[in-house]
Design a protein around this ligand. Structure first.
Ligand code: DGL
Length: 275
């Protein structure tokens, strides 16, 4: 029997499931393995060193599971750990494997979505402080202005299943208002955290109707499909049985209960006790 060599999808918790959902619907034949580091989420306000350490542990775990390709489906990990892992760790760990993030593919297209050239970024504190979106978007769209707002409470609200409750409205409105105060001409807002699509309904309620709100799932799926086409030597190493396995560093029963809201269908996760 052929060993399984899936694509690894990583997030600090549940958010990456919103990305896997779109990837899987676009590329259903590949095998996937999802890991949520729920026991240590949220990553958003942690230091560079801690996010790097946790993300590297996860990447090594994926490689042990046989993944030739790992996607950091987490903006915070992509912004704070990806570059160091790609440049410093990967050559010694597994030079033929690849680790990709989601900041760059999003930055490559987001500038084309804004008519007026004023883009708002809502993200975790870690992503905002890294300035990754400012730097990356500038490379592809130097004429576009980018304004950022950290939303530190949003991820815990979503992780604890509070996204539809009335108390959440206050915090959703608060960060939208703070962002729009920075530049009222913003016409496009990127939800640059994979947890935020769960708040989409509430975000739309408080966002002026003429501002479009962009989520990343489809962008990342399109970019991955294109990447796999262009890198056949890597693509050939990924197995295609249409299998999906879910892992969490927290209790599996809790993960399964919450995950459905992010993934759309039931999942049966296994707990990993140590990465
Ligand atoms: N889902 C992660 C992201 O896209 C952040 C969650 C966290 O703070 O752990 O940034």
């Amino acid at each position: 029997m052929q060993a399984n060599h899936p694509i690894g999808i990583f997030d600090s918790g549940y958010g990456g499931l919103t990305i896997l959902r779109q990837i899987r619907s676009m590329l259903p034949d590949y095998d996937y393995i999802y890991l949520g580091d729920n026991a240590r989420a949220p990553y958003g306000s942690r230091s560079f060193e801690t996010i790097y350490e946790y993300t590297l542990e996860a990447v090594k775990w994926f490689f042990k599971q046989g993944c030739p390709l790992v996607i950091l489906a987490c903006n915070t990990a992509s912004a704070k750990a990806l570059r160091t892992i790609q440049q410093k760790d990967l050559p010694g760990l597994a030079p033929d494997n690849r680790v990709l993030g989601i900041v760059r593919p999003t930055s490559e297209v987001i500038g084309d979505m804004s008519e007026g050239g004023n883009i708002g970024i809502l993200a975790t504190q870690g992503t905002v402080e890294s300035e990754s979106y400012l730097l990356e978007i500038e490379k592809f769209f130097p004429e576009v202005s980018v304004f950022q707002q950290a939303c530190p409470i949003w991820v815990p609200l979503v992780e604890y299943g509070e996204q539809d409750n009335p108390g959440t409205d206050y915090f959703v409105r608060k960060y939208i208002d703070l962002l729009l105060k920075k530049e009222p001409r913003i016409d496009t807002v990127l939800l640059a955290c994979t947890h935020y699509p769960l708040l989409l309904e509430k975000i739309k309620e408080y966002m002026p109707v003429d501002i479009q709100v962009i989520t990343q799932g489809q962008i990342v799926a399109d970019s991955l499909a294109d990447y796999l086409l262009r890198h056949s030597e890597l693509t050939e190493r990924i197995t295609r049985e249409g299998q999906m396995d879910f892992y969490t560093t927290e209790r599996a029963t809790t993960f399964n209960r919450q995950a459905e809201r992010f993934f759309g269908t039931e999942v049966g996760a296994t707990q990993v006790h140590k990465l």
